[in-house]
Design a protein around this ligand. Structure first.
Ligand code: KG4
Ligand code: ZN
Length: 344
């Protein structure tokens, strides 16, 4: 059973080919260079770039997998949430391919794809749910930051989410203020490794709030004021590294403590994390430390699958097909603001 999956919800054009749930190819073309000039993703440019790249990336994935297009048995595409124009390119392309090949089509929720990516492992990559445990899952990227309670595969409930900026957005915007290239998350991570996070203290928004929600816009503003009042930190390498370490420490502290607290409240002993910010070395280390202290199991997404990719989309489609779920109509529309609750 060969499945082709397409992901274009933001600035990554990705096509994966799976055989019986194993990833044969996961081709990703990133647009970061294009958007770097503007310091963030420009939606119109993202859509045009997806249009330009999608067919070459699909061809690359098929070649890598050694599969011809008419061998594909089912097609999946990200239906939402995401940038409307970007989603439209990938969804219509995947529906078009399904139509031409006369194969079933599945429209996949982008967050659901992130949610199960911590369970993708091995060589070849496949979904390993044999050791699945009820868990609290942190989905943290440039567009979303949320905590989800996952009781069983395909059974989940959103506990909380950011009320303003996503954690990745906070990383990227602070990096922009400092003059670092886009995307700023990896740049701050690189500098923070050699910095001291205790020298400059930044607020930990909603840390003591009773809800499972997050907020990062105040932290971003606090960094803005700090830079305005202390411009000399940008001139000195060591101070700059301390600033990056201070901002990263604040973001990581909130993410880790709120995730651990949510797990305790839900009575679960397993944490998972996914999304682009899960690449952050400070976050990975802090989650590992917290899980050792609490005696929790931790499932971190494989570094190669944290940022947006079609393999994780294909994996959800594979799960749905294995569970005889309904196909999606070939004229189904994109859902740019699709929430996980609506899916459940
Ligand atoms: O999941 P993703 O590819 O796209 C969205 O769905 O948003 O995540 C991209 C985000 C960006 O904000 C980027 O700065 C952040 O993930 N990111 C990181 C790191 N690597 C990527 N943030 C902090 N540290 C990193 N090492
Ligand atoms: Zn994402």
């Amino acid at each position: 059973m060969f499945l082709m999956a397409i992901e274009t919800s933001c600035d990554e054009t990705s096509v994966a080919v799976l055989k019986d749930g194993c990833v044969l190819a996961n081709a990703v073309s990133s647009q970061t260079k294009l958007h770097e000039t503007y310091g963030g993703v420009v939606p119109e440019l993202a859509s045009r770039e997806h249009l330009r790249n999608l067919m070459p990336v699909a061809r690359e994935a098929l070649e890598q997998a050694g599969v011809s297009s008419n061998e594909i048995d089912a097609v999946a595409g990200t239906r939402g949430p995401g940038l409307p124009g970007a989603l439209l390119v990938g969804l219509r392309a995947s529906q078009g391919i399904a139509f031409v090949l006369d194969r079933p089509f599945l429209g996949i929720h982008h967050h659901e794809a992130h949610l199960y990516s911590p369970w993708i492992s091995g060589d070849p990559l496949s979904l390993n749910l044999d050791d699945f445990q009820e868990n609290v899952s942190l989905i943290v990227s440039g567009g979303h930051t949320m905590l989800v309670y996952v009781s069983d595969p395909m059974e989940h409930r959103v506990l909380g989410m950011t009320v303003d900026d996503a954690a990745g957005e906070c990383f990227d915007k602070v990096a922009k203020m400092i003059g670092l290239p886009y995307p700023g998350g990896p740049e701050i991570d690189r500098l923070a490794i050699e910095g001291n996070g205790k020298i400059h203290q930044f607020p930990r928004p909603k840390l003591h709030d009773d809800s499972h929600d997050f907020s990062f816009s105040g932290l971003k503003t606090s960094a803005r004021y700090f830079i305005r009042d202390n411009p000399e930190v940008l001139e000195d390498g060591s101070s700059l590294r301390d600033l990056c370490a201070g901002v990263q420490a604040a973001i990581v502290d909130v993410l880790v403590k709120k995730t651990v607290r949510a797990a305790k409240r839900m009575g679960v002993r397993c944490l998972t994390a996914s999304g682009g910010v899960t690449c952050n070395s400070g976050l990975r280390k802090a989650l590992e430390g917290a899980c050792i202290d609490e005696g929790f199991t931790l499932r971190l997404t494989n570094q190669n699958l944290c940022t947006d990719n079609a393999a994780m989309v294909g994996m959800v489609a594979h799960m749905r097909l294995a569970n005889d779920c309904e196909f999606t109509s070939l004229d189904a529309e994109i859902i740019p603001n699709w929430s996980l609750e609506q899916l459940a």
